[in-house]
Design a binder for this molecule. Structure first.
Ligand SMILES: *Cc1c(COP(=O)(O)O)cnc(C)c1O
Length: 412
């Protein structure tokens, strides 16, 4: 396929295209749109979720556990589907906790992180028996008080803000001053306090960053994380059962992005396992992945509602945009706006191709899905597909902005 978007052919290779129409969930996209009953919609593909998990399981050491970070895509059907295929769920609010509990995932394998857990959220989590990732001294004291009141020995792990960063990450969440976790140097004092409060100490959590495509950077962060955790674990009131070493595995979105190479990450963890077993025999290594599990399995589908030419430039005006998919509009953490991979779903290669801008219905110049992209020539009624849309889509978008109807989400 001809495309100025060099990442598109490899991204598209995960999908089936038949008679020039994208197939999703075994249906041609145009038929799926009828089945869904409206555009715009998000579709998440079970086959692609399975494929991704199989790739990870096939590569990582068996002893490394896979958790799903619900924040990436909290659609209950997706969480339920993944709950049967991963080893744990990580949540960051009471809303996510409810979805995780509803999924049937064993409570011992649900953990709850986040910097502003309110007393009622903590209370609910203690009553449920999930693992609390403690993010501050104030939070620890609140947990101690609430656990005592309930007569439950709350399960806690310490989230550590390390003294290093995950290099070349899309978003950094560790290193330097951060609202997340306890600075590594304050952790020994917190461990002593956990002993005094007689809480059920389970281990540690480090999450250094997100959307990383460089295996070397992830390997380096894992090495530093494990070194740090093994040292901290010796000062803990109980043996560690959980070493949640974060994730940050990225997916390709933009021209030039290369998919993450899992092999060096897997080989490196494999080499660490004997050292971890020797010093903390009960500690499980956990990777918590959000985007990497779901991002490539989802598409966002909008319909062309107008086609206009302004001073020689073609605009495809669609019924969906930044209010459903902030990230694709370039307004979710990007510094320089780049196009997500786009195609005309019912006319993938097309006969004629042209350079167009794909915009949404909102009265703001920010509402752009594709700025000067080469697509098959599209008309009113055609379906534009934004690929790589399974993570940080609907739930990470300002749905109320301009009061247009919401998108639907389906798992196919
Ligand atoms: C956001 C977040 C994740 C998921 O990050 P991805 O980049 O989507 O894999 C995992 N853990 C924590 C603590 C997070 O805040």
């Amino acid at each position: 396929m001809k495309s100025p978007h060099s990442a598109l052919p490899s991204i598209l290779a995960r999908f089936v295209v038949r008679d020039d129409c994208l197939q999703i969930g075994g249906l041609p996209l145009s038929q799926l749109a009828v089945r869904v009953g409206q555009t715009p919609f998000y579709a998440y593909d079970r086959r692609l979720l399975d494929q991704r998990i199989a790739e990870l399981r096939g590569c990582l050491p068996v002893a490394v556990k896979l958790h799903y970070a619900v924040k990436a895509n909290p659609m209950p059907a997706v969480v339920d589907y993944l709950a049967e295929r991963v080893d744990g769920l990580d949540v960051a609010s009471q809303g996510e906790l409810r979805i995780a509990l509803d999924s049937g995932m064993a409570v011992e394998r649900i953990s709850f992180a986040g910097p502003a857990k309110r007393p009622w959220e903590l209370q609910a989590a203690i009553a449920a028996g999930v693992l609390l990732h403690v993010e501050s001294s104030h939070e620890l004291e609140t947990i101690g008080r609430l656990a005592e009141a309930q007569g439950i020995r709350a399960r806690v792990a310490v989230r550590v803000n390390p003294d290093f960063e995950l290099k070349t990450s899309g978003m950094r969440m560790g290193g330097g001053p951060k609202p997340f976790g306890m600075d590594a140097e304050q952790v020994p004092a917190m461990l002593r306090r956990i002993a005094v409060l007689d809480l059920d100490f389970q281990g540690f959590h480090v999450f250094a960053g997100s959307q990383n495509l460089k295996a070397e950077a992830i390997v380096e962060a894992h090495a530093k994380t494990l070194e740090l955790l093994l040292n901290l674990a010796e000062q803990a009131p109980a043996p560690s059962r959980h070493f949640n070493i974060g994730g940050g595995f990225g997916i390709p979105y933009f021209p030039g992005d290369q998919p993450l190479d899992l092999e060096p990450i897997a080989a490196h963890l494999n080499a660490w396992l004997p050292r971890v077993r020797a010093r903390q025999p009960q500690a499980e290594l956990i990777l918590e992945l959000g985007r990497y599990l779901v991002g490539e399995a989802g598409i966002y589908v909008v319909e062309v509602v107008d086609r206009k030419v302004s001073r020689g430039h073609v605009f495809l005006i669609t019924n969906g945009g930044m209010h459903h998919h902030l990230a694709a509009s370039g307004n979710f953490g990007q510094v320089i706006r780049k196009n997500y991979p786009l195609l005309v779903g019912n006319r993938v290669s097309g006969g004629d191709r042209e350079v167009v801008s794909v915009v949404g219905p909102l009265c703001t110049p920010l509402d752009v899905l594709g700025d000067r992209v080469e697509l098959a020539r599209a008309d009113i009624g055609d379906l534009i597909v934004v690929l790589q849309s399974g993570a940080y889509g609907m739930s990470a978008s300002p749905g109320r902005f301009l009061s247009h109807p919401p998108a639907l989400e389906v798992l196919v």
